[in-house]
Design a protein around this ligand. Structure first.
Ligand code: PMP
Length: 406
């Protein structure tokens, strides 16, 4: 295949041309939210300018156009993930998707004495909904631990899948450590024991090709804004048999077949789970984001990011007193770090003055911070649109900030 001109690709992202505090922006916070390419921005703009109408309600031309565009986006996302489109429920993102599983699948299923296994590296979005459900059902939560380098301990995980375990929640990629978890192997272990699996794909989809059918999970949650799509977009993929058995989570318009005060019958999945007017322009934009990523080729994206990550890691390792948290062999382009004697927030604040955007804090992963015995880390997270020159600028800024902090 022809080599990709990454400088041209970068030019598709208008925001990256910005300056902040008089310095060229170095945006190393893509794990938090990704920047948007021109075609995605144009698609949402075009939707509101030319096609805006509500979905599935109007018989007029615009209503049909809006519905067609919305359903076409679902089809694109389904093809991107190698799943059926009628198994893909549009949501506002991963948080909504996991809550949907928690309230529609787990709440009616779980009983006192049942257990849920979560890994140490889960985002709060894959912890708190399960705690809420556990409180209401009498189920308990067990933790699958990690090793010091930030990899899942698969033997410990396997051992944790005892008879009372009904559900396993696992991140495909950790938003703090960058660790890529072997979800296919993990789901195979779970399936052998009849444990239902919920994979949080938030941080995987921006970085790699994901074939959900090959993973063999029961549920896969994703968020659009980290994969070049608009904020407030995403989806839950679920096996058809689960969707067919799940009661609705939210009630309202769109999700019904017939409403009588005596009782209501519901629409088929996935519409049964999409009550109310959805983020139509946003999901249409997500469809275009998927087209954009598909045209780049996720294998090319992954290779580009592997190269950037290697460069970044090599340069960071040369800085005395800098500790990288998360050194598993299989990693996406996410680097959490600490600098001896400096608080993560101070580092991030001073880096910002140099034009560098990194995140500092607990990254919605308190239990993981506890494991490493730190209140917070700084996190540099890359995307394919970042450059080697930005890595050099980041390292120079880091050295300067380190001197300033003494
Ligand atoms: N899980 C992981 C691993 C994440 O990184 C994030 C986003 N920070 C979420 C879940 C939540 O995604 P959203 O806020 O888009 O619902």
């Amino acid at each position: 295949p022809a080599a990709i001109d990454w400088a041209r690709v970068r030019a598709d992202f208008p925001l990256l041309d910005r300056q902040v505090h008089g310095k060229p922006l170095v945006y190393f916070d893509s794990a938090n939210t990704g920047q948007k390419p021109e075609p995605v921005i144009a698609a949402t703009d075009d939707f509101y300018r030319r096609h805006n109408a509500n979905v599935s309600r109007a018989v007029h031309a615009l209503g049909n156009e809006a519905t067609d565009a919305y359903e076409a986006a679902r089809g694109k996302l389904a093809r991107h993930l190698n799943v059926r489109s009628d198994e893909l429920v549009f949501t506002s993102g991963t948080t909504f998707a996991i809550n949907l599983v928690a309230y529609s699948w787990a709440l009616p299923q779980l009983r006192p004495g049942d257990a849920i296994v979560l890994t140490r590296m889960e985002h709060h979005a894959n912890i708190v909904p399960w705690q809420l459900v556990a409180q209401r059902t009498g189920a308990t939560i067990k933790v699958a631990e990690i090793t010091a380098d930030g990899a899942l301990d698969l033997d410990a995980l396997d051992a944790a899948l005892t008879q009372e375990v009904k559900l396993l929640g696992v991140a495909h990629v950790s938003n703090v450590l960058g660790t890529i978890n072997p979800v296919r192997e993990i789901c195979r272990l779970a399936r052998k024991r009849g444990v239902v699996t919920v994979v949080d794909g938030s941080q995987a989809l921006p970085h790699m090709a994901v074939d959900i059918a090959a993973i063999g999970c029961d549920f896969y949650a994703l968020t659009g804004h980290k994969m070049c799509g608009p904020t407030g977009t995403g989806a839950l993929w679920a096996r058809r048999e689960h969707l067919a058995a799940m009661p609705p989570f939210l009630g309202g318009g769109e999700m019904i077949r017939q409403v009588r005060f005596e009782g209501t019958t519901f629409n088929d999945p996935p519409h049964r789970f999409e009550a109310g007017t959805p983020n139509i322009a946003g999901q249409v934009g997500l469809g275009v984001a998927v087209d954009y990523l598909g045209a780049l080729g996720m294998a090319n994206v992954a290779a580009r990011e592997t190269e950037l990550l290697a460069h970044l890691t090599e340069e960071m390792r040369k800085i005395p007193g800098l500790r990288i948290i998360g050194t598993a062999p299989d990693k996406a382009a996410v680097v959490s770090f600490l600098v001896e004697g400096a608080h993560a927030h101070d580092l991030a604040t001073l880096l910002d003055l140099e034009g560098v955007a990194v995140r500092s804090g607990h990254h919605c992963a308190h239990p993981l911070m506890q494991f490493y015995g730190v209140p917070a880390t700084c996190r540099a997270s890359l995307a394919f649109y970042n450059t080697h020159a930005e890595i050099e600028a980041f390292i120079a800024a880091l050295l300067k900030v380190r001197r300033l902090l003494g």
